[in-house]
Design a binder for this molecule. Structure first.
Ligand SMILES: Nc1nc2c(ncn2[C@@H]2O[C@H](COP(=O)(O)OP(=O)(O)OP(=O)(O)O)[C@@H](O)[C@H]2O)c(=O)[nH]1
Ligand SMILES: [Mg+2]
Length: 456
């Protein structure tokens, strides 16, 4: 792991041109280095935005002012990282920002590693691991709901919930530990029934977190939704309607789409990558055949398959097979509902119940399709309440804690000794503490902080 006692520097704003760009310094020498960059003898005033000029000492005889900047010094410990932080707001040219970083390095700073500022904040106890990861999620968020889930984590929602469970576990363990000193009686400070009930209540809390976590993962990572069907079924039209743009070419020629088209969209807050595919049919055309092969590949990795079936054209065996295959993980959309129906819905057999009639001409059913996508991906109608967990690492630990607690509950109710129950309770606590980082391994830190970009 890198040292946290020296002073680091990085450009904190995204690469490329911008109106302003920020260079961030953190560490004990940050105020001194900032004074040197601005050729100032006086220290900056903490928490004040101070106008300054950055001077580039070209050589011993001449120096240039390279930019007018605003310098803000956040004195330790009242800063993002907990140590002295100086932010230099400069004009946003990449070469200029790069030069300021070089000058800071010449004055004694070291280039920051990705995520190093947030790592320092964690190591200095300013934030816990959940919050550190939330910083990365917040920066990566592409839908407003994702941003809110990350923000909730940053504010410590998950930490609070885990903390409450951990405290209850600690309390329970303490009572069981204490009764170990009274070996004859057993369950001295708390009865076996009370122990079982308390563990059952904690299991219920964790189960809720796990359920939340499944939706949360979808929210954080997004999912692939693939539209398939026969040529000319109206797949590209449906795709365009859902992504809200004329991305895919639509014509009345069967075999119009020959490649796999993708578009990232926000459907009810869930980030979805929509995929339009070539109509599935046997083709002698090499390009179209390749398109069909790619469509099958996309379908194989999709979280949800939408089967488009033309309601205005005779139902084919292919359609019936695909509708039946769609089953629980698929969604059947009967397209072109504005036109006369060529077949009754019941022809779809078991797939009829959930099939949605839709038309891109009248807009009928499109909202239902969106809702069905969200429901299928998250088990919920709409993600109005933000899940507390949206991170696979957290979910894994919560699931491990739940498994350990379930064992503890069974042990307690089946007459096991306190020692056996305690062993499982302790295992549950370690899993929960691994989430917030109270018990962390170095490689875990490297893994988490390597997700960041430099300057965060
Ligand atoms: N009336 C009506 N026509 C539609 C509707 N959706 C699609 N169409 C027409 O159906 C034809 C085929 O539509 P596409 O969206 O290109 O169908 P596709 O499944 O992508 O076709 P391929 O890419 O060739 O496999 C076009 O002429 C569309 O205008 C609809 O809801 N109502
Ligand atoms: Mg198409």
């Amino acid at each position: 792991m890198f040292s946290v006692s020296d002073t680091v520097v990085a450009i904190a704003t995204p690469p490329g041109r911008g109106g302003i760009g920020v260079v961030r310094l953190a560490g004990p020498d940050a105020p001194r280095i900032a004074m040197s960059l601005a050729a100032r003898a006086l220290p900056f005033e903490p928490r004040h935005a101070t106008f300054a000029r950055i001077v580039d000492p070209v050589d011993e005889t001449q120096a240039h002012v390279i930019d007018q900047v605003v310098v803000t010094w956040f004195a330790a410990p009242h800063s993002y990282t907990g140590d002295d932080v100086v932010e230099i707001g400069a004009h946003g040219s990449p070469v200029l920002l790069q030069r300021i970083v070089e000058l800071a390095v010449a004055a004694g700073a070291r280039l920051a590693e990705p995520g190093e500022f947030t790592l320092r904040a964690y190591l200095n106890g300013r934030i816990d691991l959940v919050q550190a990861e939330a910083v990365a999620d917040l920066a990566d968020a592409v839908t407003p709901l994702q941003a809110r889930a990350a923000m909730d984590q940053l504010e410590g929602t998950l930490t609070t919930r885990i903390g409450a469970i951990d405290r209850a576990l600690f309390d329970l363990s303490a009572k069981l530990e204490a009764s170990l000193d009274f070996p004859d009686e057993g369950f001295h400070f708390i009865t076996r029934e009370e122990t079982t009930d308390a563990i059952a209540a904690l299991c219920a809390d964790l189960e809720m977190l796990v359920r939340d976590g499944r939706s949360g993962r979808v929210l954080r990572e997004g999912r692939l939704v693939v539209v398939v069907g026969r040529p000319n079924a109206g797949k590209s039209s449906l795709f365009n309607a859902i992504v809200g743009a004329s991305r895919a070419i639509v014509t009345d020629v069967a075999g119009t789409t020959r490649d796999v088209l993708t578009e990232r969209v926000d459907i009810g807050g869930v980030p979805v990558t929509m995929v339009d595919t070539a109509g599935l049919r046997v083709s002698n055309d090499a390009i179209e055949a390749e398109g069909v092969a790619r469509a099958m590949q996309a379908q194989a990795i999709a979280a949800l398959t939408i089967v488009a079936i033309d309601g205005s054209d005779a139902l084919a065996d292919d359609d019936r097979v695909r509708a039946a295959e769609a089953g629980e993980n698929g969604l059947v959309v009967i397209t072109k509902s504005d036109l006369a129906r060529a077949w009754p819905r019941r022809e779809l057999g078991t797939a009829e119940a959930a099939a949605i009639d839709a038309s891109v001409v009248t807009g009928e059913g499109l909202e239902d399709v969106r809702h069905a996508i969200v429901r299928s991906l998250t088990d919920r109608e709409l993600l109005r309440d933000t899940p507390a967990i949206s991170n696979a690492r957290h979910l894994g630990h919560v699931e491990a804690a739940l498994a350990a607690l379930t064992r503890a509950r069974e042990a307690a109710s089946e007459g096991a000794t306190e020692e056996l129950v305690l062993a499982d309770l302790n295992a549950a606590r370690s899993s929960l503490e691994a989430i917030t980082g109270r018990r962390e391994a170095d490689d875990l830190l490297v893994h988490i902080f390597s997700r960041f970009c430099v300057g965060k």
